[in-house]
Structure formats: structure tokens, C-alpha cells
Design a protein around this ligand. Structure first.
Ligand code: ZN
Length: 152
């Protein structure tokens, strides 16, 4: 398993539903082409460098092909969904790019988050795609078409 050590911005978050306090992390806004993918429960973060990892572009191309007539926003959502199926599960969960932050305790998205103006050095797993690599081009297209529907 590959991993990368990096500095992440720290946000202090407060859940308005259950009063839980927790930290959330994000990449600097100045980083281009690098992403953090997050599990649906928000507890797992994996690192993805879209310049070094060709699967990201491959997924974007397939999605654009499937969603040819859709607008940018729909395509972005479809790409996000598709990523969860192209990259391997992390601790049994799919990882996505654009997820709303969630409370790790109750799952609420009713949060208040503030930048701490501080960084934390963390070691993150790199997103991997062993399962995806086993598929043929046609199987990949079929899989993603099934996941995102016909884009409608
Ligand atoms: Zn909560």
C-alpha cells in the first residue's frame, strides 16, 4: 500500500445536531491536480494525484462520453459518483471527491467549521485501483454506465 506524508489544513468543526467537536482536514487551495477522496462517513481520507494517476482522466473521459448531452454540473456529479467505483474500497467503503462534510458521530451535515490557521502533518493512503485495472475497456464503460445511469 502506497502512502504519502503531507501538510493538511485543519478545520475545527462543531456539529449542531449532537454537539460533537471534531477536526476536518483539507488540502491547501493552492494545490492543483491533487485531491483528497473521502469515504461516505468522512472517516477515511485517501490522496489522489490526478497528474500521476491516469485512472482519474480515464474515468472523466468515460463519464463525458456517457453524459454527452448533460451540463457541467451533472457531469461533475457523475464523475464524483464514478470515482467511488473506479477506486478501491478503503476499509470497506467507497471514496468520493465531493462529499459534504459529515459529523463522524451522528452523520449530520449540520456543521459549523472554522479554519484553525494551522497545519497538521498526516500520512495518507494513496487511492488505488486494483479492481478497476482487472476490467476491460468495455467492462469499465458498462460498470460506470450502470452506476451513473444515462446521466438523466
Ligand atoms: Zn453530530
Amino acid at each position: 500500500m502506497r502512502s504519502v506524508t503531507m501538510n493538511l489544513e485543519v478545520l475545527d468543526c462543531h456539529c449542531d445536531t449532537c454537539e460533537e467537536q471534531f477536526e476536518h482536514y483539507k488540502l491547501s487551495d493552492f494545490v492543483y491536480g491533487e485531491l483528497l477522496l473521502s469515504s461516505e462517513d468522512g472517516k477515511q481520507l485517501v490522496y489522489l494525484n490526478t497528474f500521476e494517476d491516469s485512472v482519474f482522466d480515464e474515468v472523466c473521459d468515460i463519464v463525458k462520453d456517457i453524459c454527452r448531452k448533460d451540463d457541467e454540473d451533472k457531469i461533475r456529479q457523475a464523475v464524483n459518483t464514478a470515482l467511488g467505483y473506479a477506486y478501491d474500497l478503503v476499509e470497506g467503503q467507497r471514496v468520493f471527491k465531493d462529499l459534504k462534510r459529515k459529523c463522524p458521530k451522528c452523520g449530520s451535515t449540520n456543521l459549523r467549521c472554522y479554519y484553525r490557521k494551522d497545519w497538521k502533518t498526516m500520512t495518507l493512503r494513496c487511492a488505488e485501483h486494483y479492481e478497476w485495472d482487472k476490467l476491460s475497456v468495455d467492462e469499465k464503460k458498462l460498470l460506470l454506465a450502470g452506476v451513473i445511469g444515462d446521466g438523466k
